[in-house]
Design a protein around this ligand. Structure first.
Ligand code: FES
Ligand code: FES
Length: 178
């Protein structure tokens, strides 16, 4: 089958991969770039496990072809790094026990990262709305909401500048697993 070359930016780095036209972005990130923090669950747009950021906005990596990523700026969970290794949101997930098996966590973190980047003091309703497309089979969602609310409360108090601590590195991030 004909393969296509795709040039794009992933976690701040210029990347080039060669893929089959049918290959999803999520699959390509995992297999071609070894970014296995992007999980594949349902593979048809329901669970949100495959969420990555495109130009800062969350999208379903299983519903986008890798070839559609030409010239785009992609952020995966591996691209989130705070001053101490974790972003404030990831640190808050850890503090609030907002992950158990961790399968949903990269998608949850990236979805909430995008929300808190545009609405740093988001309330519980906005947080619940943001993650309404991300399924979690373990936590019951409440710890995830509490983790995001804690970051929003810090932002409201002026203690942080929101979650945008992306540096483009690839050291271990909360939610990063294969
Ligand atoms: Fe993409 Fe479930 S794997 S939404
Ligand atoms: Fe297991 Fe969310 S922590 S699915």
């Amino acid at each position: 089958m004909t393969r296509c070359t795709v040039s794009f930016k992933v976690n701040g780095r210029a990347s080039e991969i060669t893929v089959e036209p049918r290959q999803s972005l999520a699959e390509a990130l995992r297999t071609e770039l070894n970014l296995t923090g992007t999980h594949l669950g349902c593979e048809h747009g329901v669970c949100g496990a495959c969420t990555v950021l495109v130009g800062g906005e969350p999208i379903r990596g299983c519903l986008m072809f890798a070839v559609q990523a030409q010239d785009l700026d992609i952020t995966t969970i591996e691209g989130l790094n705070g001053a101490t290794g974790l972003t404030p949101l990831q640190e808050s997930f850890r503090r609030h026990h907002a992950l158990q098996c961790g399968f949903c966590t990269p998608g949850m973190v990236l979805t909430l990262h995008a929300l808190l980047a545009r609405a740093p003091a988001a309330d519980a309703a906005a947080i619940r709305e943001a993650i309404s497309g991300n399924l979690c089979r373990c936590t019951g969602y409440q710890p995830i909401v509490e983790a995001a609310l804690a970051v929003a409360a810090d932002a409201a108090r002026g203690m942080t500048q929101g979650p945008d601590n992306r540096k483009g590195g690839q050291n271990g991030a909360v939610g990063e697993s294969s």
